[in-house]
Design a protein. Structure first.
Length: 278
């Protein structure tokens, strides 16, 4: 069985043009890539060698912050700021962004507000370049962009408006137990347009014409995950507690590997030095 070694990144995903909505996964360790779909039903082993190196500066760290950073980088980098998790708190316009160029490149760009069906119906935001990757990472089986907005702050304001009705988080345990029931996202979108028309108009009034663009012609994207069998009981694995994880790969969904001995969120352990045997 071949073994590769490197620092763990989130799994690489892509929709296979030949098979429609089937998602293809790759394990990512530094510059190494391993196709995971062909390994379904086979035994794999992951060994954490006990080292974590910051994904930004390479510094050795005893703990990973914000999925792969050392503490100094966590405190200074814009991608680790509070507004990344709470886009409605974006403070670029106040001149207090941790890195103005980074803000220009990542936050002051068009964003999309979307509906997704993961463990249940949810609302979310992402940059246009991250569709459908964002849905794959969340384990969503359906996704639909409903608005395009001018920047990250606006996406957060619209998302906050819709959170009065919809969740903005995925219940990962429910997501890993099976497929969510299919829902009519276009019908729900139209209902939300009407329900929050006044709130959307107020945001446009405060931020100017063209701040929000409705996307009534967007089509629902269906996503299928490579899963042989879902677990009846979700048992979470952790490299900090169990440095060596070995089991039969039963499926992949979101950023989770589903093994016959438990599930593990690989994104959570970004920057961990792992030996992967397959």
């Amino acid at each position: 069985m071949p073994t590769i070694s490197g620092h763990l990144n989130k799994m690489v995903t892509q929709l296979n043009a030949e098979t429609g909505s089937n998602i293809q996964y790759q394990m990512s360790l530094d510059d190494h890539r391993v196709d995971l779909n062909p390994l379904l039903g086979k035994t794999i082993k992951m060994h954490y060698v006990g080292e974590i190196h910051c994904s930004h500066c390479g510094r050795k760290t005893n703990k990973s912050f914000s999925q792969g950073y050392c503490y100094p980088c966590f405190k200074k980098l814009p991608q680790c700021d509070l507004c990344i998790m709470s886009p409605e708190k974006c403070h670029f316009h106040l001149g207090t962004c941790r890195d103005e160029q980074w803000g220009e490149d990542f936050c002051m760009q068009d964003h999309f507000v979307y509906l997704a069906n993961s463990s249940a119906l949810k609302v979310g935001i992402t940059r246009g370049t991250q569709i459908p990757t964002r849905w794959c990472d969340q384990g969503a089986t359906q996704g639909l962009p409903i608005f395009r907005v001018r920047n990250r702050l606006l996406s957060g304001l619209v998302e906050t408006l819709f959170k009065q009705t919809l969740a903005d988080k995925t219940n990962w345990r429910a997501m890993l137990k099976g497929e969510a029931d299919s829902v009519d996202l276009t019908c729900i979108r139209d209902e939300l347009y009407q329900q929050y028309e006044q709130g959307l108009q107020q945001i446009e009034l405060e931020h100017g014409p063209g701040a929000i663009t409705h996307l009534p012609d967007s089509e629902v994207v269906e996503l299928k995950y490579p899963v042989l069998e879902y677990p009846t009981k979700v048992s979470s694995l952790n490299f900090d507690k169990t440095p060596e994880v070995e089991g039969k790969l039963m499926g992949i969904k979101g950023q989770y590997l589903l093994l016959d001995c438990g599930v593990i969120n690989l994104r959570k352990f970004s920057s961990y030095h792992i030996e992967f045997t397959y």
